[in-house]
Write a protein that binds this ligand. Structure first.
Ligand code: GLU
Length: 300
C-alpha cells in the first residue's frame, strides 16, 4: 500500500471530531455573543467602485450585474443549504461571499449553482459559473483545464465509518471492504490506486454517508474537514477514524488564464486581515476542525 501519512497538523482532527457533539448544537453561523435571533454581522465589507483590468470573469459579472458562484450544498460546515430555512452556510460559502463582496456584490446579487465534484472543470470552462468554492483541491491535472487562486485551506483524506465499525484506519482496508466516494474527486482516485478495497462511486458525499448508515458500504472516504461535519451531525451512528493520508490544498476554481482575477483573490487572501480567521472560527473552528491560514501560492 502506498499511502502517504500526513501527521502533525491534521492529526488532531479525528480526535477533535469525537468531541464535537457539544459544540455543534447551535445554528450554523450564529454568533453566540449576539444573543437572540439576530444574525451575526459579516466580517467583510462590500467594496465600492471596483475595477479589475483585463479580467474576463469580472467583465462578465459587471455586464450581468450579479455573481454566479459554484458551490456544494450537502457538506455541513463547508457548503450547506439548510432545507428548512433555505439558508446557505459554511466556510466555503463564506469565502465565496467574501470574494463577491470584494468585487462589490452583496448577498442579494449572488446566484448559487450547485456543481458536483465531477462537473466542476466543465462548469468553469462553459462559463456556467464565475468561480467555484467547494472543497476543490488544487491538482496538476485540474490546472491543465482551469486556474486556481489559493490555497485558502489545507486538509487531508480520511475515513468515515459506522460508530460500531471495527475499522480503525486506511491500513485496515482489504479486498473485502466496500468504500464509497465521489466521481471526479481526488478521494476516489487515491483509494482506487492505493488500497485493495472495492469502491462505490456516487455524485455526492451525502449519498455515500447514507450507504454507510444502511450498511451498503463500510466507509466513506474524502477530506476529513468534510467527514467531520457528517460525524458531528450524527455521532450516535458515525465516526471518523485513523490519520489523514493525503494533503488536500483547497483553491478557488477560475477560468484558465484569468490572471487578473486570480491575483485579485490571492491579494484578498493575503491582505484580508482577520477576515479569513473569523470565517474559519465561525464555521470550521466551531466544529472542532484544526487549521491555520496557508500562504497563497502565486504559482497556482
Ligand atoms: N478535495 C477533494 C477534491 O477536490 C475531495 C472533495 C471533493 O470532491 O470536493 O477532489
Amino acid at each position: 500500500m502506498r499511502i502517504t501519512r500526513v501527521a502533525g497538523a491534521f492529526a488532531g482532527i479525528a480526535v477533535a471530531a469525537l468531541a464535537l457533539t457539544a459544540c455543534n448544537s447551535g445554528t450554523p453561523g450564529a454568533d453566540p455573543s449576539q444573543g437572540g435571533d439576530e444574525p451575526a454581522e459579516n466580517p467583510w465589507t462590500v467594496a465600492t467602485d471596483v475595477t479589475l483590468e483585463g479580467s474576463p470573469t469580472f467583465d462578465a459579472i459587471t455586464s450581468r450585474g450579479s455573481v454566479n458562484i459554484g458551490v456544494k450544498e450537502d457538506q455541513p460546515n463547508l457548503g450547506y443549504l439548510d432545507p428548512t430555512t433555505g439558508e446557505r452556510s459554511g466556510f466555503d460559502v463564506d469565502i465565496a461571499r467574501w470574494i463577491a463582496a470584494s468585487l462589490g456584490y452583496d448577498e442579494d446579487k449572488i446566484e448559487y449553482t450547485v456543481v458536483d465534484s465531477a462537473n466542476r472543470e466543465q462548469a468553469i470552462i462553459n462559463g456556467q459559473i464565475d468561480y467555484y468554492v467547494g472543497t476543490y483541491s488544487i491538482t496538476d491535472e485540474r490546472k491543465e483545464q482551469i486556474s486556481f487562486a489559493g490555497p485558502y485551506f489545507i486538509t487531508g483524506q480520511g475515513l468515515l465509518v459506522a460508530a460500531d465499525s471495527a475499522l480503525t484506519g486506511v491500513d485496515d482496508l482489504t479486498a473485502d471492504t466496500v468504500v464509497c466516494s465521489v466521481t471526479g474527486s481526488t478521494s476516489i482516485q487515491r483509494i482506487k490506486e492505493e488500497t485493495p478495497s472495492k469502491t462505490v462511486e456516487l455524485s455526492k458525499y451525502s449519498e455515500c454517508v447514507e450507504q454507510v448508515k444502511n450498511g451498503q458500504a463500510d466507509a466513506v472516504t474524502t477530506d476529513e474537514a468534510i467527514l467531520i461535519g457528517y460525524a458531528a451531525n450524527d455521532p450516535d451512528n458515525l465516526k471518523v477514524v485513523g490519520e489523514p493520508f493525503s494533503e488536500e490544498r483547497y483553491g478557488v476554481g477560475i477560468v484558465k488564464g484569468d490572471t487578473a482575477f486570480v491575483e485579485h483573490v490571492n491579494t484578498l487572501f493575503t491582505d484580508g486581515g482577520d477576515v479569513w480567521q473569523e470565517i474559519f472560527d465561525k464555521n470550521l473552528g466551531a466544529a472542532g476542525v484544526d487549521g491555520t491560514q496557508p500562504a497563497v501560492d502565486p504559482a497556482e
